[in-house]
Design a protein around this ligand. Structure first.
Ligand SMILES: Cc1ncc(COP(=O)(O)O)c(C=O)c1O
Length: 402
């Protein structure tokens, strides 16, 4: 079927929730994508931070292929191969790959997306508060945040533009400005014994790559704990080695109680996960939460292969080295006034609202780029990105921006 025919069918039968780029990718390998006309692209978005090992990594493909031939799905009524092993690997990563002795075990609930991982995190925080603390139900989130598209995660997402059309939204949320310690303290003072959690992204992704300051995130941890509440890290975008550590909170010297995970965790296969320290996870009892598809045989096989490959192929080291190289070279580009972020999650701020034009010109030139805001370019390449890939990106971007 031609591109035009695909496009017509899409426009006739698919809901118009995305403004699509004029391309249909049909193949991928590593950092490269190919469209239906055979044109090649260098991918600096990786399916919005998902394909962490690059496109069609042989170990992930092999695991999915082999599992699909044996068993695809049976449900959470039963034990599932690799599920405990994947949860143990996540626990180990959440302890910084320092082994379980580091700070106790984490337990994971398996879901299918980032929004679902956050839904579980928020439900667990409220259950934990009712069963183990003062019973408060308010969740504090940060302005500019993004936590998903379900009703509850929109209520958590402190951006009025994402909320307005969907009111009435679920109650029980307070929003404070990012990195505003006074506002956070005031929120706790105004609602004593009513807050069950602070939920934050260590680096806000969708708002254009805006990090929490170290001081702010430490105050979040301290205020949450001194007020009988939990700290939830939404690591859907920042987790799974994206920032040069297994999880971004590990850069900040804090210990969250619950961590929401998705995107890269199964190398491109849809999967979400909500991990909690075991004494927090103990608040859940059978029947409190669930999912038909979450943690399926196929998802577990993909995650098992992905997490092994991330460790075996020393991906974190690559992210640190290539991330620093990318940051340095982005900062030297024309129009770039600031580069924010960590590892291979970087945002370049431009002096004019030309980011969407740069994305369009990039596509023409064989680059997959992203502009979360008119003045911001965001870079979320596969974590296997090399310095040579960065050189190619910078050469093309220099041409576009000059
Ligand atoms: C920080 C964060 N949380 C949650 C989500 C929602 O994830 P999903 O689209 O998989 O539901 C995203 C998606 O970009 C995200 O960046």
């Amino acid at each position: 079927m031609s591109f035009e025919e695909q496009k017509q069918l899409d426009e006739a039968y698919v809901m118009p929730t995305f403004a699509r780029k004029q391309v249909c990718f049909v193949e991928g390998e590593g950092m490269r994508l190919r469209d239906d006309a055979g044109k090649e692209y260098l991918d600096f978005l990786s399916g919005i931070g998902v394909c962490c090992l690059g496109h069609c990594h042989p170990k992930v493909v092999g695991a999915i292929e082999a599992q699909a031939k044996r068993l695809i799905h049976v449900s959470n009524y039963y034990y599932i191969e690799h599920r405990g092993e994947v949860a143990a690997m996540l626990s180990n990563m959440l302890n910084g790959w320092r082994g379980e002795d580091a700070s106790g075990a984490w337990q994971t609930f398996f879901a299918n997306s980032g929004a679902e991982a956050n839904e579980c995190a928020m439900k667990l925080a409220r259950v934990w508060s009712k069963r183990f603390s003062h019973g408060g139900n308010i969740i504090i989130t940060l302005e500019g945040s993004f936590h998903g598209r379900t009703m509850e995660t929109i209520a958590a997402t402190a951006q009025s533009v994402k909320q307005e059309l969907f009111t009435p939204l679920p109650e029980g949320f307070i929003h404070v400005p990012l990195n505003d310690i006074d506002a956070l303290q005031a929120a706790f003072e105004k609602h004593p014994q009513q807050v069950c959690a602070i939920m934050l992204e260590p680096i806000q992704g969708e708002s254009g790559v805006h990090p929490c300051t170290q001081e702010f995130i430490r105050v979040c941890e301290q205020l949450a704990h001194s007020n009988g509440a939990l700290l939830i890290a939404d690591e859907v975008q920042t987790g799974i080695c994206r920032t040069g550590r297994p999880f971004a909170f590990q850069h900040f010297g804090v210990q969250p109680d619950i961590v929401a995970i998705a995107k890269g965790v199964a190398g491109g296969f849809p999967m979400g996960a909500c991990a909690a320290r075991e004494e927090v996870a103990a608040a859940f009892q059978p029947g409190d939460h669930g999912s038909t598809f979450g943690g399926s045989n196929l998802a577990m096989a993909a995650a098992h292969a992905t997490l092994h490959a991330l460790q075996d192929e020393h991906i974190v080291q690559n992210v640190v080295e290539v991330g620093a190289y990318l940051e340095e070279h982005l900062a030297q580009l024309p129009h770039v006034t600031e580069v924010r972020g960590l590892g291979l999650m970087l945002g370049a701020e431009l002096d004019e609202a030309i980011a969407p034009d740069v994305v369009a010109a990039g596509l023409e030139a064989g680059l997959v780029l992203n502009a979360p805001k008119p003045t911001t370019l965001r870079f979320l390449p596969p974590l296997i990105c090399t310095k040579e890939d960065v050189d190619e990106l910078i050469e093309k971007l220099t041409g576009i921006l000059s």
